[in-house]
Ligand binder design. Structure first.
Ligand SMILES: [Zn+2]
Length: 419
C-alpha cells in the first residue's frame, strides 16, 4: 500500500513581486564580449541575484522572465511582468562599445528625453526587435506623436520616481560596495521598459568589450560580486518600500480577534482607486491586472472604483491591497444606499463607440434594445438603460457586460445628454 504525505509550510505572506529579466537569450546573443556572450552573463547574474532575494526575503516573490537560454521577445518580458503584478522590474544587461577602453556601469529608466549618449544603448538594446516576427507593434509607438507621448507620460509618471530611486541605489552600490566606476543613471526610450506597469530599470553591468571588465564579468567572482551588489540595492529599496506602505514585523503577526463588526446602515463603502481622462481597457497595464473595476464617467474624467462593502474593516483591507498594488492615491468613499439622482438626471451604460451610425435593434447591439445614440467629437456613442440609482445602474452594467461588452461603463446623464 502506498501512502502519500502532505506537508504544509507556513509562509509569511508574499506582498512584493520582483521580476528579473535576463537580457537577450537563444539566437539573440546580445553583445559579444572578450570572454563570454552578454546573454550568458546576464542569465547567470540574474539567477544569482534572484536566489539571494529568495533566500533572504520570504515575503518577496521572485519571477524570472527566463531561467534558461531561450529567446524572448521584448513585449513578452513586459507581459510576464504585468501578468505577475510586479512591484519592480529589473532587466539585466552588459554594455559594449567599439572603443575597447570604455568601462563602467550605468542604469536606465524609461524616458523620452533625448540624450545623445543614451541613444546608442537604446538602439542596441532595442535592436532585438529586428529578430522578432511582428515588428509593427513597436512602431505603433511614435515618440514624435504628441498624443502618444502624453499617454505614455501619464502612465510613466506613476513609476518614474521609484524607478529613479532604485536606479540610483544600484549605481551607488556599485561604487560604494564594489569600487566600480559608475557612468550614472540615464533615461532612454527602451522597448523592454516602456509597457511595464511598475517601477522598472535596465542595468548595464559593465563593458564586456573591455578586456579587464569583460574578463571580470565573465568570471565566477565577478558574477557573484555584481549579483550581491544588485541584491544590496534591492534590500535597501525593499525596506524603504515597506516603510512607505506601513508594513512592519509587528503587523505580520496575526491580529487579535475583533469584536463582531456591525455592518454600516444605509450606506456602503467603495475604494476610489484612481481617475483618468482616459478609459483604459481591461487589459491595459494601467489597471495592473485587475479586471473588476467599476468605471464611472463624471464629466470629462473616468473614475475607477474597486470593491463594495458595508464593513469598515473590509474597506480598510481593500484600501491596503490597492495601495500595495501601486495605486497610491486610492481612498475609501462612502455612498448612500439606493440614493436617487436629482430629477432629470440618470445613469446610462455606454457599451460601444463607433464612427458609424447604427439603428436601434442592430445586430451589433447583441440583443440590446432602446439604445440611445449620442454624437460626440465625431464619434457615435451608444448607451443602454436609464436608471436613477447607482444600484440599478450596476445591474444594467452587469447585464450589458454579460452580452459581451466587457469594457462598458456607467455615465451620468442629464436627460438624454451626458453630463
Ligand atoms: Zn543587452
Amino acid at each position: 500500500m502506498v501512502t502519500f504525505s502532505v506537508f504544509s509550510f507556513s509562509q509569511k505572506k508574499q506582498n512584493f513581486v520582483i521580476v528579473i529579466d535576463a537580457g537577450h537569450g537563444g539566437h539573440d546573443t546580445g553583445a559579444r564580449g572578450v570572454a563570454d556572450l552578454e546573454k550568458n552573463i546576464a542569465l547567470d547574474v540574474s539567477l544569482r541575484f534572484g536566489n539571494l532575494i529568495e533566500k533572504n526575503h520570504k515575503d518577496v516573490k521572485v519571477v524570472w522572465t527566463r531561467k534558461t537560454d531561450v529567446f524572448l521577445e521584448l513585449s513578452e518580458r513586459a507581459d510576464i511582468s504585468n501578468a505577475n503584478h510586479a512591484n519592480l522590474f529589473v532587466s539585466v544587461h552588459c554594455n559594449s562599445a567599439s572603443n575597447t577602453s570604455a568601462t563602467g556601469t550605468e542604469t536606465f529608466v524609461m524616458g523620452l528625453k533625448k540624450m545623445d549618449q543614451t541613444d546608442e544603448v537604446s538602439r542596441r538594446e532595442n535592436s532585438v526587435v529586428f529578430l522578432e516576427k511582428d515588428q509593427e507593434k513597436y512602431e505603433k509607438f511614435n515618440p514624435n506623436d504628441p498624443e502618444a507621448v502624453i499617454a505614455f507620460e501619464i502612465m510613466n509618471a506613476a513609476y518614474k520616481e521609484q524607478s529613479l530611486r532604485f536606479a540610483d541605489l544600484m549605481e551607488k552600490t556599485f561604487v560604494n560596495s564594489q569600487g566600480r566606476r559608475s557612468r550614472g543613471v540615464k533615461q532612454g526610450n527602451l522597448h523592454v521598459l516602456r509597457n511595464n506597469a511598475s517601477p522598472s530599470v535596465l542595468v548595464e553591468m559593465g563593458f564586456i568589450s573591455n578586456y579587464d571588465e569583460g574578463t571580470y564579468l565573465a568570471s565566477e567572482q565577478g558574477k557573484q560580486d555584481v549579483a550581491e551588489s544588485l541584491y544590496k540595492a534591492f534590500k535597501q529599496y525593499k525596506s524603504e518600500y515597506d516603510r512607505r506602505s506601513g508594513v512592519s514585523e509587528e503587523e505580520e503577526k496575526p491580529k487579535p480577534v475583533k469584536k463582531v463588526e456591525k455592518p454600516l446602515e444605509g450606506k456602503k463603502l467603495k475604494i476610489r482607486v484612481m481617475e483618468s481622462t482616459m478609459k483604459f481597457s481591461s487589459t491595459s497595464p494601467q489597471l495592473r491586472g485587475l479586471t473588476d473595476f467599476e468605471v464611472i464617467q463624471e464629466g470629462n474624467k473616468y473614475v475607477y472604483y474597486y470593491g463594495e462593502t458595508d464593513l469598515q474593516s473590509r474597506a480598510d483591507d481593500l484600501l491596503t491591497s490597492m495601495k500595495r498594488k501601486g495605486f497610491s492615491g486610492a481612498k475609501i468613499v462612502e455612498f448612500e444606499t439606493n440614493k436617487k439622482l436629482e430629477a432629470g438626471k440618470n445613469y446610462r451604460v455606454q457599451f460601444m463607440t463607433s464612427n458609424k451610425k447604427y439603428r436601434d435593434r442592430d445586430d451589433k447591439f447583441n440583443g440590446l434594445t432602446n439604445v440611445l445614440r449620442v454624437k460626440e467629437g465625431g464619434l457615435q456613442k451608444y448607451y443602454y438603460g436609464a436608471e436613477t440609482t447607482m444600484e440599478a445602474a450596476q445591474k444594467v452594467l452587469k447585464q450589458v457586460q454579460d452580452k459581451g461588452f466587457r469594457n462598458a461603463f456607467i455615465v451620468t446623464f442629464n436627460g438624454e445628454q451626458p453630463m
